[in-house]
Design a protein around this ligand. Structure first.
Ligand SMILES: [Zn+2]
Length: 218
């Protein structure tokens, strides 16, 4: 059975505020004023639509704030995950499992545009090439910062790693809570949705698959 290296949480978490970090600052310079203006108008109409008065003091800057926030939360549309991975590929003979677990994910469901969030665990078995560990977390982020369903998000992460590294196998598991289930509709506050996508040895080798599943257990 192969041994594994693993790393938890390579990205700083708790980026709660969207407008005071470097990523957001870089993003805001790319934000076309026309796009922000159009989005702001749409948010203004939404405020009216829910019965609010967009002219009251507390809401005056809300349309533009929401517009910028939405652009940030969907910036993955303007990033190429495979290009990002290709920047940090190295030739290396290491051929055991590489696992990055507990990667924070924040995404939005495409059905309600409400957040879903949780953890992603990403593993692969190299075949002559490895990739910088932080890039695995970045790839998760690029796909998460789009409107998503959790099932597709899981597969897209697997496929991007498979396409760029052509490893002996990739495994991705995501565990997430969906606010569209928690806040509305069925109101199942503690429900967690788990999805997985695998390829290569994670499908063909029961021992590899078991080892991965054992390693990602909390
Ligand atoms: Zn939803």
């Amino acid at each position: 059975m192969p041994s594994a290296i693993s790393e938890s949480n390579p990205l700083p978490s708790g980026r709660g505020s969207c407008c005071d970090d470097d990523d957001c600052a870089a993003e805001s310079t790319q934000n076309d004023p026309m796009i922000i203006s159009g989005l702001s108008s749409a948010v203004f109409a939404m405020l009216e639509g829910i019965g609010e008065d967009p002219h009251r003091e507390g809401l005056l800057k809300t349309p533009e704030r929401v517009a910028r926030s939405l652009r940030f939360l969907t910036k993955g549309y303007r990033q190429d995950p495979e290009e990002l991975l290709k920047k940090a590929v190295f030739t290396e003979a290491y051929d055991e499992m590489v696992l990055v677990k507990d990667i924070d994910i924040f995404s939005m469901c495409e059905h309600h545009m409400l957040p879903f969030f949780g953890k992603a665990h990403v593993a692969y078995i190299p075949d002559g090439k490895i990739v910088g560990l932080s890039k695995l977390a970045r790839v998760v982020d690029v796909f998460a910062r789009r409107l998503q369903v959790q099932e597709r998000l899981t597969q897209q992460i697997r496929d991007a790693i498979q396409n760029v590294l052509n490893p002996k196998g990739v495994a991705v598991v995501i565990e997430a809570r969906h606010l569209c289930m928690v806040m509305r509709g069925v109101e199942k506050i503690n429900s967690v949705t788990t999805t997985s996508a695998m390829s290569g040895q994670f499908i063909t080798s029961q021992s590899t698959r078991s080892e991965f599943l054992r390693l990602i257990k909390p």
